[in-house]
Design a protein around this ligand. Structure first.
Ligand SMILES: [Zn+2]
Length: 236
């Protein structure tokens, strides 16, 4: 009888550990089973990448004007379904010299799905990004930061890098000032900042972006695209 309980206990604990392990693995920012994954870059230079997820929505147009005012280049990880509807905005992002990245077509979580689903989500979005006139290498960022094996395997086949982040102010703060000070406190050379400005009130999105640019510039930081940041990676 006792033995049965012991075996049952072992099975229960193992299952919990397995579930916990899968959860950690799915959300890991600096580990991935296949292909390259980057959450930040090792460098001594005070350069950082500001990245925007989702959309593009109409907010992007005002963001573009603000970025132009400060002469700052950023990276937009866009969803195919939104880009399809806002192709003109996509073209403006490209023409302004920002980086365009793939954030899937539908923004569904890219875990526990068929391989053909990952393929279609990524391919369709890459094609739409090319329609903006963007010619450089296309990086990928998974919705909700989630990935396991099927998606990374497909990305590796395509030679696409996964870009995560090391600073995410939206998770910890709702106010613009809170987000700006969170970024200022956690920033380090080589950081990748994740911000979601597309579905926010545009004033709040703009004041957060402006706050991040001004505060970090005062600290001596310069903003570059993810591509440029990766070129600065030090070989240890
Ligand atoms: Zn997203």
């Amino acid at each position: 009888m006792k033995k049965k309980w012991l075996i049952g206990g072992i099975i229960l604990v193992s299952t919990l550990l397995l579930l916990y392990g899968t959860y950690e693995w799915m959300n890991a920012r600096s580990f991935q089973l296949f292909g390259g994954v980057t959450d930040r870059v090792e460098t001594e230079k005070k350069i950082v990448a500001l990245t925007f997820d989702d959309g593009p929505t109409e907010n992007a147009q005002e963001i573009l004007s603000l970025l132009e005012e400060y002469d700052v280049k950023t990276t937009f990880f866009v969803n195919g379904k939104d880009l399809e509807e806002n192709m003109e905005i996509g073209k403006e992002i490209n023409e302004a010299g920002h980086q365009l990245g793939n954030h899937t077509y539908s923004h569904e979580p890219m875990v526990f799905k068929r391989y053909s689903f990952y393929k279609e989500e990524v391919q369709k979005t890459n094609e739409l990004i090319r329609r903006t006139g963007y010619e450089k290498k296309i990086d990928f960022r998974p919705p909700y930061g989630k990935k396991l094996a099927g998606l990374p395997y497909y990305l590796k086949e395509q030679g696409m890098d996964t870009i995560m982040w090391d600073i995410e102010p939206d998770t910890y703060h709702t106010s613009s000032t809170g987000k700006v000070s969170f970024v200022a406190e956690n920033i380090q050379p080589g950081s990748i900042i994740l911000f979601h400005p597309m579905y926010m009130e545009v004033e709040s999105a703009l004041s957060t972006i402006e706050g991040i640019i001004e505060t970090l510039s005062e600290k001596g930081y310069t903003f570059v695209t993810v591509d440029e940041l990766q070129k600065e990676e030090q070989d240890d």
